[in-house]
Write a protein that binds this ligand. Structure first.
Ligand code: SAM
Length: 257
């Protein structure tokens, strides 16, 4: 098949059958569940998904790729749109669980991640291929150098696990970096505070990550620091649970707008 890939759309297509099978193997969807694929491109992974699962829908922005998909898989439900403008309510299964998977366009990995995390109630799991370096940030432990905003938010909103690495040579054209497949399980109890509160706290803390938290959190808290936290630490030293505790406390005491 001749298809001119577009760098601007992050088009790196999988051609390694072994990796494609491993990704599909990692999706535990059952009869009655839906699998939504983000960025199917010309269908390398889609073909394997269609062999295994009965309810597949895909979201692809590139009209040329959609034409290929239509031709190859006439019965496939294709949403030709920007995944970041997707109204997930319309796409999820109303009867079974919904799994979201994709070899993500790397230029928008974080926004896709945040949009799925925000709607985590809709999904059972997400299985994403991304740059290994980003995957490592999602699972990073506090006090490590990879630990940051993405780690705290992802770990409070899901249970992330790196499944395996994927060599750049499994794609054509090859990207510059090694990739990894990561699973996010959305099995955590509901957080006892608004996502927005936690995001504000975490963003403010990491905005000045070299400063002590007593200073870094000033723009949000002023001098009224709730008791029971070590503000001599820096942002990267607090665990996700500590950020959760502070977010909960701020809401309880009405100390955040
Ligand atoms: N799944 C295919 C594979 O593994 O061979 C292609 C993966 S490629 C890394 C990313 C795909 O995402 C491309 O097909 C690209 O056109 C699509 N894409 C890029 N930006 C998008 C967006 N904003 N919304 C939906 N799809 C997008």
């Amino acid at each position: 098949m001749s298809f001119r890939t577009k760098k601007s759309l992050g088009q790196h297509f999988l051609h390694d059958g072994n990796i494609i099978r491993k990704i599909a193997d990692a999706i535990p969807a059952k009869t009655g569940d839906r699998v939504i694929e983000i960025g199917p491109g010309t269908g390398a992974l889609t073909r394997e998904l269609l062999n295994r699962f009965e309810d597949i829908q895909v979201i692809e922005i590139d009209q040329r790729a959609v034409e290929v998909l239509n031709e190859e898989f006439p019965d496939l439900i294709i949403h030709q749109q920007d995944v970041l403008k997707t109204n997930w309510d319309d796409l999820i299964s109303k009867t079974g669980d919904t799994y979201v998977v994709g070899n993500l366009p790397y230029y928008i990995t974080s926004p896709i991640l945040f949009s799925v995390l925000e709607k985590r109630d809709f999904f059972k799991e997400a299985l994403f291929m991304m740059q290994k370096e980003v995957a490592e940030r999602l699972v990073a432990e506090h006090s490590s150098k990879e630990y940051g905003i993405l780690s705290v938010q992802t770990q409070l909103m899901s249970e992330p696990e790196i499944l395996f690495d994927v060599s750049r040579h499994s794609f054509s054209p090859p990207p510059r970096v090694t990739s990894a497949v990561i699973r996010l399980r959305f099995n955590k109890p509901e957080l006892p505070f608004k996502d927005e509160t936690m995001k504000k706290v975490v963003r403010t803390a990491f905005n000045q990550r070299r400063k002590k938290l007593s200073n870094a959190l000033k723009p949000l808290l002023g001098k009224e620091l709730p008791e029971g936290f070590n503000y001599d630490d820096r942002a990267e030293h607090w665990s996700p649970e500590t950020y959760a505790k502070l977010s909960e406390r701020l809401e309880q005491t009405d100390s955040i707008s």
